[in-house]
Write a protein that binds this ligand. Structure first.
Ligand SMILES: Cc1ncc(COP(=O)(O)O)c(C=O)c1O
Length: 382
């Protein structure tokens, strides 16, 4: 939950230019193609397809919209059940609820805060169609177990990879396990264009329909490739294409992906190295990265012993003009979650972690001096 009331000397997030954003945006405008699927959209998709080694990446207006596309592509029907972690952003679930899906909430593991694969099978019923996993903080879920279970029960797997672009699990890139995966380029993410996202399509048979759904239910993409001689309404769909101006901004970020990830790794490791003793003294837990995971360096969080200490810490940091924020509120206990039968105690780890977690300022241009100030301020909290 961010409270972005300025002024904070160190905000929670601050989007920063990686290099060529202004030039590329100007170029996109000069080229005269500022709607969707212009030159920069094509460049972003090609770069992501190459780096992820996947058949197709379609840029979208947000991760939320990529998730909506996933729900449409899986042809989910009212009454179908889909399993989600309760500890996630609203959109992970809402995109599917829009199709009439009944959400079933799974608890998370206490170590990685990812969906607990050992508690998944008991949630599967004859109506279950899919499992949506979230690689929380860019640390991979236990995909071997999840894929095995999904295959055994004939379920689709969708990865909400809003946090995890370029993270890996057992050497395999996050976002390449499910038939579909989604990315976010929102301002708070490692790479951004303000608002944006992408649908990663690992199952080639879904590509053509995905293009149609993204283009308002028309076969416009095929028309422009000369594959059909007129373009017309052929399926359901909506307008999920971002402007090429946004894609131009995003391309400037993605072309510096390695540099951005190196910088974020250094920020993450500086927090971890400097907060270890302090955390042990106060009974605070730092993020846990299992051996098979190469994380995406999306966030750094602290887990306090209880709500009272977490709130006192946020206040302590605010008094030093540093904004730290918490998230997520358990979805099964939200107004909507309760309508679907969510009850206290359904997901005890989610309920507990949600009270205790706080995220530290983490953005690409956080300077060494700023981070040193954040760390010194944390260490004053005793
Ligand atoms: C796990 C997760 N999924 C989806 C989203 C939605 O992303 P977007 O803002 O790009 O729609 C977020 C937003 O932060 C998120 O954390």
């Amino acid at each position: 939950m961010s409270e972005d009331n300025p002024p904070y000397t160190i905000p929670f997030n601050k989007p920063g230019l990686a290099g060529n954003e202004m030039d590329y945006v100007a170029d996109a405008i000069r080229r005269g193609h500022i709607s969707g699927d212009g030159a920069y959209t094509i460049k972003c998709s090609a770069l992501l397809e190459k780096n992820l080694n996947v058949p197709k990446v379609l840029l979208t207006t947000s991760c939320t919209h990529a998730l909506e596309m996933a729900a449409l592509l899986l042809d989910l029907q009212p009454g179908d059940e889909v399993i989600f972690p309760s500890f996630t952003f609203v959109s992970t679930v809402n995109a599917f609820v829009l199709r009439g899906v009944r959400p079933v909430f799974a608890d998370i593991r206490p170590d990685t805060l990812n969906l607990d694969e050992s508690r998944l099978e008991r949630l599967i019923t004859p109506r279950t169609r899919a499992v949506v996993v979230v690689h929380y903080a860019g640390v991979g879920c236990e995909m071997d177990a999840i894929l095995e279970l999904a295959e055994r029960h004939g379920l689709q797997v969708v990865e909400d990879n809003a946090h995890g672009l370029f993270g890996k699990h057992r050497g395999r890139l996050l976002g390449t396990f499910g038939s579909l995966a989604t990315l976010s380029f929102h301002e708070t993410k490692n790479f951004t264009c303000g608002e944006g996202g992408a649908l990663v399509i690992n199952e080639p048979s879904l590509v053509e329909r995905a293009e149609i759904i993204r283009e308002k239910g028309t076969n416009r993409s095929r028309f422009f490739r000369g594959q059909v001689d007129k373009y017309t309404w052929v399926d359901v769909g909506s307008s999920y294409l971002p402007s090429d101006i946004l894609a131009a901004y995003l391309y400037a970020q993605l072309e510096h992906a390695q540099e951005i990830q190196r910088r974020r790794r250094s920020i993450w490791e500086t927090y971890a190295a400097n907060l270890d003793d302090w955390a042990k003294r106060l009974g605070v837990k730092l993020p846990y990265i299992p051996d098979p995971c190469e994380q995406a360096y999306h966030m750094f969080y602290l887990l306090f012993p209880d709500l009272e200490h977490r709130q006192a810490f946020i206040t302590h940091m605010k008094q030093r003009s540093i904004l730290c924020v918490f998230h997520y509120l358990p979805l099964h206990l939200s107004d909507m979650g309760r309508k679907y039968g969510g009850q206290p105690g359904d997901c005890p780890i989610t309920e507990d972690v949600s009270d205790r977690l706080v995220r530290l300022p983490f953005y690409n241009l956080l300077s060494a001096a700023e981070q040193a100030h954040v760390i010194a301020s944390i260490q004053e909290f005793a």
